[in-house]
Write a protein that binds this ligand. Structure first.
Ligand SMILES: [Ca+2]
Length: 95
């Protein structure tokens, strides 16, 4: 089963309490805890974050589309070439 986990999901604390640095806290506008999920200046289609779109992209995306691997939230955003919030065969075709 293929699932796109929310950025803040942390399997280590799914069944118990714990620290989750993917949840952010601000004090008077300054980030005091956590890491924002926003990725700026990425190349659309660059699934593996190498800085360019290459043959490795096809391999990773094909494995994802076949259910053989998952994409983290950053890779998922980079793989969504047409920006419809879904990664599917259309995105592969657009590269
Ligand atoms: Ca898409």
């Amino acid at each position: 089963m293929r699932r796109n986990m929310h950025y803040s999901y942390n399997s280590a604390i799914a069944s118990d309490f714990g620290d989750n640095n993917k949840i952010t806290a601000y004090v008077k506008g300054d980030l005091k805890y956590g890491t924002e999920p926003v990725v700026i200046n990425y190349v659309t289609g660059d699934v593996n974050g190498s800085g360019s779109v290459d043959a490795i992209y096809y391999s990773i995306l094909k494995k994802y589309l076949l259910g053989a691997t998952n994409l983290d939230s950053e890779a998922y955003n980079r793989a969504d070439v047409n920006g419809d919030n879904t990664v599917d065969i259309i995105d592969l075709a657009l590269i």
